[in-house]
Design a protein around this ligand. Structure first.
Ligand SMILES: *Cc1c(COP(=O)(O)O)cnc(C)c1O
Length: 429
């Protein structure tokens, strides 16, 4: 062997400044989590075959990838992709469009589509994701037409002291007429755990056993393909999410989706377009291929992100930090929380994640006062698609306990390397 050329990855890691200590702990971590990876691969295989079968069943063909313009009436490719989404996510119908620019927009379409003045919206998973506060009107009315401004009543049930759903409070709340029961699957930016499909199933049966026919709506962002069953497959009526997260497989450039009961899908679609036009318009402009190909890749990419999260969890747990979920915990979303209890550690962690990115690796993120947050936030995201959090990214509010929310990763090796690099830079091992 020539010594001027080394073909081991260890030498590459060393050349990139990763300490020998971190390299050795990482090797041990990899051995420890092998069984967890097998479980992730098992779910991946199951979901991959489900996705493949759906694309075959709807007879996807490359002749649909050209795309429509203008109104986009009768776009056969769009219709097939939506049928495939409905099959995979267990709904009667689906609405999958590039015209939905974010998860918030998809969820807002659902809420405005199904709630009417005087109706009550009940969140059973505490306060919904930050960006929905103004949509609902929880955080002050700004005159933009929130649900509350339109006369919708809002109630929420917080998690109990153990971070679990408060079923007693739910039963109590169901004594009144509730139009929509809202569930957020992912932990989002909170310290509670993500819900599993089984938890969603339990909420559904609690609501139905109480004799309520409330519409059960799930914010499915970050939850897709993490488990074998999706919300509508355990009884939810409607779910929504973003195509620059899990179901876009890392290649969808934009878009959002809704899946559920046919009448509810049409009501939600009528918010994006208009009543009477509903789902009938929507030019695909050449996006059918990336939406379909992203869906095809999604189970695989989600598994890569999950493996990365498990590795980061165990690596930082070994250095004495609180990591949630733990490597061996069941997961319902792709978010990994790391609690650093120190602003310096948090800053270095986020900057290392950015420096380890394929895009904008030379940019140094700093905390800034982001609109809608009560303290400075630091964000690391060297992504190919702007804001795509199925790509490795990290957000952190600069306040105690100095928690980093790490998620995504198109390839496991990237997340592994970024975590090792951060641990080395932080000098915590
Ligand atoms: C990302 C996210 C949203 C909002 O999606 P955007 O695309 O950022 O608007 C809502 N809920 C959860 C749980 C999310 O993770």
């Amino acid at each position: 062997m020539s010594d001027s050329f080394s073909d081991t990855v260890t030498c590459l890691y060393q050349a990139k400044g990763i300490t020998d200590k971190v390299i050795s702990i990482a090797e041990d971590v990899s051995r420890t989590i092998r069984g967890v990876f097998r479980n992730i691969e098992n779910i991946r295989e199951y979901n991959q075959i489900r996705v493949l079968s759906a694309l075959q069943e709807v007879r996807l063909s490359d002749s649909y990838f050209g795309g429509s313009t203008g109104y986009g009436f009768d776009d056969a490719g769009r219709e097939r992709i939506e049928q495939a989404y409905a099959l995979i996510f267990g709904g009667e119908a689906a609405f999958v469009r590039s015209q939905i620019s974010s998860g918030t927009q998809a969820i807002a379409m659902a809420l405005f589509g199904i709630l009417r003045p005087g109706d009550t919206l009940l969140s059973v998973t505490g306060q919904p994701y930050d960006t929905l506060s103004q949509t609902i009107g929880i955080s002050g009315n700004n005159g933009m037409g929130s649900l509350i401004e339109f006369g919708v009543k809002y109630e929420q049930i917080d998690f109990d002291t153990h971070g679990e759903i408060n079923y007693d409070a739910l039963l109590q709340a169901l004594k009144k007429k509730i139009k929509v029961v809202f569930i957020q699957k992912s932990k989002g930016y909170t310290n509670r755990r993500a819900l599993l499909s089984a938890d969603i199933g339990k909420i559904v049966s609690t609501v139905r056993d109480a004799g309520s026919n409330a519409i059960i709506l799930v914010d499915n962002c970050y939850g897709e393909f993490v488990e074998k069953r999706e919300p509508c497959q355990v009884g939810a009526d409607l779910c929504a999410g973003s195509l620059i997260k899990n179901p876009g497989g890392g290649i969808c450039p934009t878009g959002g989706y809704l899946v559920g009961k046919k009448d509810l899908i049409e009501k939600a679609a009528s918010r994006l377009t208009s009543p009477g036009i509903g789902s009938h318009i929507g030019p695909t402009l050449g996006f059918n291929r990336t939406i379909a190909q992203g869906l095809f890749l999604a189970p695989h990419v989600v598994a890569e992100a999950l493996k990365g999260a498990v590795f980061a969890s165990e690596l930082f747990h070994r250095t004495g930090f609180d990591a949630s979920p733990g490597a061996f915990d069941l997961r319902g979303d792709i978010v990994q929380t790391l609690i650093f209890n120190d602003p310096g550690h948090l800053l270095k962690f986020c900057q290392s994640i950015q420096a380890a990115s394929p895009v904008d690796s030379f940019v140094k993120p700093e905390p800034w006062d982001m609109p809608g947050y009560e303290c400075p936030v630091i964000m690391a995201a060297g992504t190919f698609i702007q804001g795509a959090s199925i790509e490795l990214s990290c957000d952190a509010p600069m306040k105690p306990p100095y928690t980093a929310y790490l998620q995504g990763g198109l390839v496991y090796e990237h997340v592994k390397y970024a975590s090792m690099s951060a641990a080395s830079v932080m000098g915590v091992m």
